[in-house]
Design a protein around this ligand. Structure first.
Ligand SMILES: *Cc1c(COP(=O)(O)O)cnc(C)c1O
Length: 347
């Protein structure tokens, strides 16, 4: 089975399993797991932040960040298709009591002007106590639902400037920040510099089995550690999995370029097939989103699955395929053959 559902399906390499088996461990809740500490230290260093905290998932790092930045009744600005909003089980409302205000981006990327426009204009004859206080702006890089699109660093600088002028804090959902860095040739710390908090995943393209980290200033991370524990994220001998994440961080970041090449090959091959619609402009990193015209996404995915190719349907006619380190160039050719046979069968 060629599994292109998600880069979270990446599997640990033999070398990674060896370092995991040999990892020194302690108790993460007592803060004395040496491998977790080493991972947190290295992550903070790469992101140019004072501290980082390791957690079981990217959803947890994002939601702990929201909880740490805000109080119930606050308003948070984010892109309309943000993972934070659409794919985290309603957590902003359930766990932090937040109001979300959307900014509609182009390919997931919005402008300084749109941030300005999302701020309410206050008038002296209107009580300011009536509006929910806008506290935080979130940015997603790469943007998952837009197809793994990359924020230009200039654009980040502009929207961050606007957010600062309006007194907002900034959070970066950088689940795939490593992909953005490889594609844009921008160091992670340069992207992170514009944000108060940054969330990164080790369990996606980097290929570690479990985990994400949240980085920021020491005070922020200390407060985040409390909510990590409150949300059930104290995970004891986590050094076993932190060792895999640390190994991935040191050895797999450059490998992401290969996934981007494979994604481009898959996208270009798909663009030549009848019954497939694809906007090649959105294929910038390791995600390929495309539309099917001769059947529903559900039918298409099911037929591909029967031929040995697994992908994710998204909405009525959209399909997502994601590349990662266990997927090879021959797998891409085979995947294209399967798609060709499925769409040909329906002509
Ligand atoms: C995958 C992802 C997350 C969270 O991932 P988990 O599955 O909870 O680890 C957060 N943000 C974005 C943009 C993602 O793609």
């Amino acid at each position: 089975m060629i599994d292109l559902r998600s880069d979270t399906c990446s599997r640990p390499t033999d070398e990674m399993r060896k370092v995991m088996a040999a990892a020194p461990v302690g108790d993460d809740v007592y803060g004395d797991d040496p491998t977790v500490r080493a991972l947190e230290h290295r992550t903070a260093e790469l992101l140019g932040k004072e501290e980082a905290v390791y957690m079981p998932s990217g959803t947890m790092t994002n939601q702990v960040a929201l909880r740490t930045h805000t109080e119930a009744g606050d308003e948070v600005l984010m892109e309309a298709d943000a993972h934070l909003y659409l794919l985290e089980s309603g957590a902003p409302a359930a766990l932090s009591g937040l109001m979300i205000r959307h900014i509609k981006g182009r390919h997931g990327i919005f402008t300084e002007r749109q941030v300005d426009d999302a701020m309410r204009v206050e008038h002296p004859f209107q009580p300011t106590t009536s509006s929910p206080p806008t506290r935080l702006l979130c940015v997603e890089n790469t943007h998952n639902l837009a197809g793994g699109t990359v924020w230009p660093i200039e654009r980040i600088r502009e929207v961050a400037g606007s957010a600062r002028r309006h007194g907002l804090a900034l959070h970066l959902d950088g689940a795939r920040l490593w992909n953005a860095c490889v594609r844009a040739g921008v160091p992670a710390a340069q992207y992170a510099d514009h944000f108060d908090s940054v969330s990164v995943c080790f369990s996606k393209g980097l290929g570690a089995p479990v985990g994400s980290a949240l980085a920021g200033r020491s005070e922020f991370v200390s407060r985040a550690r409390r909510f990590k524990r409150m949300f059930g994220g104290g995970f004891r001998q986590a050094g076993i999995i932190a060792a895999g994440a640390l190994h991935a961080l040191e050895h797999h970041r450059e490998l992401l370029a290969r996934d981007h090449d494979n994604a481009a090959d898959l996208a270009n091959g798909l663009a030549r097939l009848p019954g497939i619609e694809i906007d090649l402009e959105t294929v910038q990193t390791n995600i390929v989103r495309f539309g099917v015209t001769s059947m529903t996404a559900g039918q298409f995915v099911e037929e591909c699955m029967r031929e040995g190719l697994s992908m994710l349907p998204s909405g009525r006619d959209q399909v997502r395929a994601v590349l990662y380190l266990n997927v090879t160039a021959p797998d891409i050719q085979r995947a294209l053959e399967i798609v060709r046979s499925v769409v040909n069968g329906r002509k």
